[in-house]
Design a protein around this ligand. Structure first.
Ligand code: GLV
Length: 308
């Protein structure tokens, strides 16, 4: 039984050690030391190009090493092979940290104080209570719900928008295209945690920005292609939006000449909000492999029709 790991190289050793210690019956291989590809039954990968999948005749399951699955060309993966995304506490905790930090930085005007420090300006701004601020989360999946739960502890007003209806205590829930406008109209800080699909690509556009209250801010931790870059810049430059925090861009890396780098009210981080942590992800992957061996349902199985 062989597993091939073809992902983030610096962390491969941690994965290999975990499997050696906890699943000596499984032959864990690390790309490019893949051995005979005919023997590979499980693939854990970030990129899985079509010609590579075609070179694995015995592949049984394709595991994404990340939470997102948009980088996988489903059509390259034969129908009988399940595709599984990574659902693991390390990714969830990282996202909760990053979004909490971003929301609190916006809520407490940290970016304004960074600007003031540059000129030595001592200019205290009003400190509104968290209960005066409404946070809207687009995408109420595993990550969106974890973020909402944490934000609740600060006392923010919370709302969530999802493709299909969801219920969550302390969160005003909206669903579907019809309820997008009312959701946006009450979101002072908008967070995108949607999966990237054909339907959600370009969703953060002029229409969405103009439906937000004046002075709202946007945090994109979904995928770069969710955002229409020019529409964001326009909304910022017209003073309709205050700030944007972007952890994802299109393309990545963001080219040095891209206007986001120099925009005074855009803060960019290089896709670091959250990363798969081998310590927490490897046990989950092993558990999923055992589930597959026993014919049980897999955690994180994607629905090809839905796209995530
Ligand atoms: C990172 O973006 C991931 O999908 O895990």
């Amino acid at each position: 039984m062989s597993i091939l790991y073809r992902s983030d190289a610096p962390r491969a050793a941690a994965w290999a050690t975990f499997f050696a210690e906890n699943a000596p019956d499984l032959d864990f291989r690390v790309w490019p030391d893949a051995g005979n590809l005919d023997e590979v039954e499980y693939l854990i990968a970030w990129q899985a190009p079509a010609d590579f999948i075609a070179a694995l005749p015995r592949l049984k399951v394709l595991f994404s090493s990340g939470a997102g699955i948009d980088h996988v060309d489903f059509s390259a993966v034969p129908e009988h092979i399940p595709i599984v995304r990574m659902v693991e506490p390390g990714i969830i905790n990282g996202m909760v940290e990053y979004v909490s930090l971003s929301v609190l930085a916006l809520h407490r005007d940290f970016f304004d104080y960074v600007e003031m420090q540059a000129t030595g300006a001592w200019d205290p701004l009003e400190v509104p209570p968290a209960s005066a601020r409404s946070i809207g989360v687009m995408g109420m999946g595993v990550l969106g719900r974890a973020v909402l739960e944490r934000l609740e502890t600060y006392g923010f007003r919370l709302r969530g928008w999802n493709r299909s209806p969801r219920q969550m205590a302390q969160v005003e829930c909206f669903a579907g295209a019809d309820q997008l406008q009312p959701f946006l109209a009450g979101s002072d800080i908008l967070i995108c945690l949607l999966p990237l699909t054909e339907t959600t690509a370009g969703i953060l556009d002029h229409k969405v920005f103009s439906a937000l209250p004046r002075g709202a801010s946007v945090i994109n931790v979904g995928r770069g292609p969710h955002l229409v870059d020019g529409d964001l810049i326009e909304a910022l430059d017209s003073q309709h939006l205050s700030r944007a925090i972007l952890d994802v861009t299109d393309p990545e890396p963001l080219p040095p000449e891209h206007p986001f780098w120099r925009h005074p009210r855009v803060f960019v981080t290089p896709h670091v909000a959250s990363m798969t942590q081998p310590q927490t992800a490897a046990p989950i992957l092993l558990d999923n492999i055992r589930k597959h061996q026993r014919g049980e349902p897999l955690l994180g199985l994607i629905d090809r029709e839905r796209g995530y």
